[in-house]
Write a protein that binds this ligand. Structure first.
Ligand code: SAH
Length: 244
């Protein structure tokens, strides 16, 4: 091949590689900044959370999950901002700080099986899947269930089982669960979710009326099945829909 063809070709290749690298380092930098922000928010809200900092396993999970791969293309550039983003069908991917504290508060451990209600983008499921053995996640909107499944497969989250379904009734065949994370606002705690929680398990759920701020509730099931509930902090989630 003639040198005159080689050189522009090589330059173009170098350009593409450089752009790819700078995108990757940009992303890493933004994710780092987001993590710093989350750590600061946790410190600011320590009195509500009952802790000053996140568990290292939760931080590592937040560091690993590529949030930009789980949002629609037109939202990608905002993926590492600490706020919810639209994901279509009137739904949102939760704010990273909220995902962080919901994950933290159920105290997930390596061998755990966790249920998520409201797969949405798949982001919360992926964060949990970095820590626990298996995540079971239910999504009521068929298109979102399908898209999140494809995204989780593409990213290699083979320990997430997900399907379309009404999470109000839980997923008994996938449980019982060490932890349950409900990512849509309910008017009350669904009784079947309590039933599917193991003794010693923890459930986190936003509860309140549809048009007002909800309270994030942490429900702990004691070894004898007794329940302890505590209000964590006021939050705002899209509503839990479905037939109940
Ligand atoms: N965890 C998601 C947040 C999505 S917002 C994420 O990380 O992106 C809440 C989701 O709950 C929405 O996708 C909504 O469609 C879903 N949802 C609402 N009611 C539901 C129900 N009864 N069962 C299952 N999913 C439900």
């Amino acid at each position: 091949m003639k040198a005159s063809l080689w050189i522009p070709g090589l330059l173009m290749l170098a350009g593409v590689l450089a752009a790819g690298l700078s995108f990757a380092s940009d992303t890493a930098q933004r994710r780092e900044m987001l993590l710093r922000e989350i750590r600061e928010d946790v410190r600011q809200t320590a009195a509500y959370l009952g802790r000053e900092r996140l568990n290292p396993s939760v931080l590592a999970a937040l560091e690993s999950v590529p949030r930009h791969e789980l949002v629609p293309d037109d939202q990608r550039r905002y993926a590492y901002e600490n706020r919810p983003l639209p994901i279509g069908y009137g739904q949102t991917i939760s704010q990273p700080y909220i995902v962080a504290i919901m994950t933290e508060l159920i105290e997930p451990e390596a061998g755990d099986v966790v249920l998520e209600v409201g797969t949405g983008s798949g982001y919360q499921a992926a964060v949990l899947a970095e820590i626990v053995e298996r995540v079971c996640s239910l999504e009521i909107i068929p298109q979102l269930a399908k898209r999140s499944r494809a995204d989780l497969d593409r990213l290699g989250y083979s320990n997430v089982r997900s399907r379309m379904g009404d999470g109000y009734y839980g997923w008994p065949e996938c449980g019982p669960f060490d932890g349950i994370v409900v990512t849509a606002g309910a008017s009350h705690v669904p009784p079947l979710l309590i039933e599917q929680l193991k003794p010693g398990g923890k459930l986190i759920i936003p509860v309140g009326s549809r048009f007002m701020t909800q309270q994030l509730l942490l429900v702990e099931k004691g070894e004898a099945g007794e329940l302890r509930t505590r209000q964590v902090l006021p939050v705002r989630f899209v509503p839990l829909t479905g037939g109940h």
